[in-house]
Design a protein. Structure first.
Length: 193
């Protein structure tokens, strides 16, 4: 399996780029958020997934391991293959996608091109809990001296992972804003229990 490539970008297409590595040009399918960051002529390292079918071998590339992990989780959902997975991740940022799945926001997912209501429900059902446990890029950005920071520390002291605590706190803050740490923890615990 080809796990990682480092080389110079020599061409870009609508949804792919060509990466020259040791004199060989690899065509790598990438989501739009990766494509937009890549400049022809620059060196780049991509974390890749090689999808092998009878009629084609296709490489999919991501700038971070976290984005590749999200892609791998997504294509593990029944009915979502690599092509649809890249299309879904191109329709939104990885953080927004994670947040929609963790929050069970089927409506937000159906706004992404390529996802219908049934697919969105299946993604939420199959990925929701796993993404909560993974945590990651969508973790709550917390100022150090705030009630939310205290609430996050309290939930983690109770044994919840940063990802679980962060997702619950985002829901708690979205419901009523930032109160004292105790009230935020109470609301967050309702989402965790």
């Amino acid at each position: 399996m080809i796990d990682r490539l480092r080389g110079v970008v020599i061409d870009k297409g609508v949804d792919y780029l060509v990466l020259e590595v040791g004199g060989i040009g690899f065509r790598v399918q990438v989501p739009s958020f990766v494509w937009e960051q890549i400049i022809i002529g620059e060196e780049v390292a991509l974390h890749t997934y090689l999808h092998v079918r009878d009629d084609a071998w296709t490489l999919y590339g991501f700038l971070t391991k976290e984005d590749l992990s999200l892609f791998m989780e997504l294509i593990g959902v029944s009915g979502v293959g690599p092509r649809l997975g890249v299309k879904i991740l191109s329709g939104t940022s990885p953080g927004q996608f994670r947040q929609a799945v963790v929050n069970g926001d089927v409506g937000a997912l159906t706004l992404i091109p390529g996802i219908g209501k049934k697919t969105a429900q299946r993604i939420v059902l199959e990925l929701g809990e796993r993404l909560k446990k993974m945590g990651g890029a969508e973790d709550l950005a917390v100022p150090a001296d705030s009630p939310v920071a205290d609430a996050l520390a309290a939930l983690m002291a109770l044994g919840y992972s940063r990802g679980e605590a962060s997702a619950a706190l985002q829901q708690a803050v979205a419901e009523q804003g930032q109160d004292g740490a105790e009230e935020i923890v109470r609301r967050a615990l309702r989402h965790l229990l």
